[in-house]
Design a protein around this ligand. Sequence first.
Ligand SMILES: Cc1cc2nc3c(=O)[nH]c(=O)nc-3n(C[C@H](O)[C@H](O)[C@H](O)COP(=O)(O)OP(=O)(O)OC[C@H]3O[C@@H](n4cnc5c(N)ncnc54)[C@H](O)[C@@H]3O)c2cc1C
Length: 432
Amino acid sequence: MNKRIVIIGSGPAGLICALSCCQNGIEPSDILIIERDSELGGTLNQCIHSGFGKNYLEEVVTGTELASMLSDAIRQLEIEYITDSTVLFVDKQKRIRVVSPKYGYCTIKAEAIVLAMGCREKTKGALQIGGTRPAGVFSAGAVQRIVNLKGYMPGKKTVVLGSGDLAMIVARRLVLEGGSVACVCEPKEYAEGSEEHVAECLENFEIPLYYSTTVTKIFGKERIEAVEIAKVDKRGKAIKGTEQKIKCDSFVYQCGLVPENEIIKETGIRLDTRTRGAYVNQYFETNVKGIFTCGNAVRIHDLVDFIVEEAQIVGESVKKYLDNKTAKPISTVRIKNSDKILYSVPQHLDEYDEGIEDCVIYFRVNGKYDNLLITLKKDGEEIYSREKGKMSWLETGKILVTKELSEKIKGAKEIIICAQEKKNGNDTDNNS
Ligand SMILES: Cc1cc2nc3c(=O)[nH]c(=O)nc-3n(C[C@H](O)[C@H](O)[C@H](O)COP(=O)(O)OP(=O)(O)OC[C@H]3O[C@@H](n4cnc5c(N)ncnc54)[C@H](O)[C@@H]3O)c2cc1C
């Protein structure tokens, strides 16, 4: 089977990309969306809380509502999609192996592919907790899914480890559904998620949040009966004598998300060890021409707003690629990061005839800073600077490559994003 464009994954990234392809002049009949779940929408379907679509819709809706709006738009345009269909792998020749109830085990040859497979949760193995392995231990995302989509509770009294946004949202959900949360333990001295979520999800529901605390042991044979928690030192090591046993019948942990990119191992697509997503240019095109990627498959996003931006860029890029498949970049500029920058995306800028003007460089910092100055350097010379003020790893920073900046970047082999803390200064942020 042949299809011009195949989009793998139907979360907001995949669906918005499909809609953007059509807005840019691609025929809906040229697109196929492949989704392994039984419905379109991806992670949005399990997010029954509000907070989605601020920039895209100019109103805030629940994840489920956004999923249904996007799915309706896909159906209205009659874009083909197959659900309950899993892509097993993709190769360099842009052949996609799929198992699907509609087509069986088949190979689809595409002219362009968009990887929008989202992310998966890291497993409890990464936590190295002692004790037994009874039933009643869940990851936060799994709990969100079984509670919100299947209507089951993981237990009556839960201990939560991790204070990322997902863990806090799940803790609140358990209380709203009639359960109780004994405590949320956070090994760091501060919450991993936003301050708003600490207030809205924990404080408002009187759920205790213990900083510098971890879970050190799990008790129970068939079913979990209790956990042991303990204070940790600055290196995260449990402090002897601070242990406390807490009775519970369920334990929920959040230990991070990783982009889901296993199916591209045979494509030769280069992955970034920091983001765990593909190395991309400003068009979100990987090093294999005609294979693009967006959403959580590129880097973990907290907000759908940035996914919307990326997916729209990819829709436009796919159209450009199909119109001129042989175009080669005139030059490539690598983007490097200084020590306070956790990562940046894209990892390089490819210059074609239209130049690099108007593209955006997204970045994250690796800590919480009160007064940051962000600069771009070319051969040691500062070509851009901006007072960012307060910034933490939770926030995505943006550098817009204006006409003026694109002129300064011209001719560079590499540019470096630098972040330095200023002693005194203003809290300004005029570019994101
Ligand atoms: C708990 C939680 C709360 C959040 N709260 C907010 C919020 O309040 N506001 C906000 O803006 N954002 C929020 N987000 C972020 C946002 O929901 C996600 O970042 C977004 O859904 C990711 O979009 P995506 O399309 O990249 O991936 P996903 O939505 O995960 O979609 C990826 C899709 O790809 C499919 N797939 C994967 N592999 C394959 C394969 N091999 N074959 C076929 N299909 C495949 C998956 O089944 C999935 O449907 C939240 C996220 C979580 C987890």
